[in-house]
Design a protein around this ligand. Structure first.
Ligand code: KIV
Length: 275
């Protein structure tokens, strides 16, 4: 709370200062009502490019556009008062050059009000991360399983097992050295994620990684159980809203067919009811 009684908006330096402190709570949101639900509980709300798969039914995040991110970013911003908003840079919007990344990151931030962008990639994206951070664009990095590279990685597999661990170590070191204020570790073995968390001086945010990370992130629709058939190991389902929704919709359909909905209390007479 600030001196004026207003809730203090978290900013990237506040998140950076949480290294080794109380774990950071991060969830995705793509709409205003969900942003309102998660805002009181989260430090960071991520407008993830997972929006493409979760909301738009795309087969991967590759088809997500700047326009989609901006539209969903604007919707989420309307629902937040406290949590810091981070927005994903979609595939193809930053890889070409640091200048391209700056142009699109600036657009995402100015048109949505996000405090930071997130982008995927380690060693090879370090020069771009440095370019952005030196020009007023805070960057959350994302290494390990980077879903935009699904075709190169050959699927959504755990990254960094065995001899491959050094690649992830180098990525973590490179993004921290380039100025990222935090880094998402996705689908990295528990022990490696814990080791990286001890070694880098920026907060790590795990998804399918380790309880030792400095924070955790989940896709909100996954942890609410909105998908009845998608059950990855790393997602704990804190509710079964998909099942609850199916039951509610089935009850509605049965009542409509039986003409028991709408009931008298749901319809209007000629005259307004007397107070
Ligand atoms: O797009 C997304 O939702 C993400 C999180 C899963 C980290 O990148």
């Amino acid at each position: 709370m600030s001196a004026t009684g207003q809730v203090k908006r978290l900013m990237p330096p506040d998140i950076r200062a949480r290294k080794g402190e109380t774990p950071l709570v991060v969830l995705t949101a793509y709409t205003t009502p969900v942003a309102r639900l998660v805002d009181p509980h989260c430090d960071i709300v991520l407008v993830g490019d997972s929006v493409g798969m979760v909301v738009h039914g795309l087969p991967s995040t590759l088809g997500v556009t700047m326009e989609m991110m901006i539209l969903h970013g604007q919707a989420v911003a309307r629902g937040l008062t406290r949590a810091m908003m981070v927005i994903d840079m979609p595939f193809g919007s930053y890889e070409e050059s640091p200048e391209q990344a700056f142009r699109n990151a600036a657009r995402l931030m100015t048109e949505t009000g996000a405090a930071s962008v997130k982008l995927e990639g380690g060693v090879h994206m370090a020069p771009t991360i440095a370019y952005l951070t030196q020009r007023g664009i805070p960057v959350m990095a994302h290494i390990g399983l980077t879903p935009q590279a699904v075709n190169t990685l050959g699927g959504y597999r755990v990254q960094g097992r065995g001899k491959d661990a050094d690649r992830i170590r180098h990525d973590a070191k490179a993004v921290a050295g380039a100025g990222a204020y935090s880094v998402v570790l996705e689908k990295v073995p528990d022990g490696l994620a814990a080791e990286i968390t001890r070694k880098v001086d920026i907060p790590t945010v795990g998804i399918g990684a380790s309880a030792q990370c400095d924070g955790q992130v989940l896709v909100v629709d996954d942890m609410l159980g909105l998908f009845t058939s998608f059950r990855p190991k790393f997602v704990k389902r804190y509710a079964e809203l998909g099942i609850a929704a199916d039951e509610a919709i089935a009850a509605y359909a049965a009542e409509v067919r039986a003409r028991s909905f709408p009931a008298p209390e749901h319809v209007f007479g000629e005259e307004p009811a007397k107070p």
